[in-house]
Structures are given as structure tokens and as C-alpha cells.
Ligand binder design. Structure first.
Ligand code: FES
Length: 83
């Protein structure tokens, strides 16, 4: 079934690109141009990407703090002045 009729890109092709590391509609567009003409297929591509697992998705997350990477700093506040 075609996902992008402008470029004749099928659902299978989108999944194949996703399997090789394209995790966003922009990356799919970079791989096969899908979504770069009328844009009406971008939501369908996003939906397809959302269903499958993406091997690189974790590395795309901006910052994930885990207990191993999180730093907690304690700032001592000045003692309240006695009135
Ligand atoms: S249907 Fe994909 S860009 Fe038009």
C-alpha cells in the first residue's frame, strides 16, 4: 500500500528505512523523499514510525537523566538573619 503517492513510496519501504535507522519523518524524507512534495503523507509516516521500534530512538532523545548520570547538588542557603 502506498504511503506517499507523490513519490510512490510504500508502507514496506518506510518500514525498511525505519529498520535501517530512519526514526523521524525528516529522516525518512532524507532516505526516499517521502513527504517532501505535498506533505499529506507525513502524518501517515509518523504513525508508521510510532508503531515500530526504532533502534536509534534512544540516541535521539535530547537528554535523559538517569540515576547514574544525574547530579544532585546541594546549595546551602545563608542562615536566616536573626531579627
Ligand atoms: S503524498 Fe507524500 S509528499 Fe505527497
Amino acid at each position: 500500500m502506498y504511503v506517499c503517492s507523490c513519490f510512490g513510496i510504500t508502507e514496506k519501504q518506510v518500514r525498511e528505512h525505519a529498520d535501517t535507522g530512519a526514526c523521524t519523518p525528516r529522516q525518512i524524507a532524507g532516505a526516499c523523499k517521502a513527504g517532501t512534495d505535498c506533505g499529506s503523507c507525513v502524518r501517515k509516516i509518523q504513525a508508521l514510525l510510532g508503531r515500530g521500534s526504532c533502534p536509534r530512538r534512544e540516541s535521539l532523545d535530547p537528554v535523559v537523566l538517569t540515576p547514574a548520570t544525574a547530579e544532585v547538588s546541594v546549595v546551602e542557603l545563608p542562615a536566616a538573619e536573626a531579627a
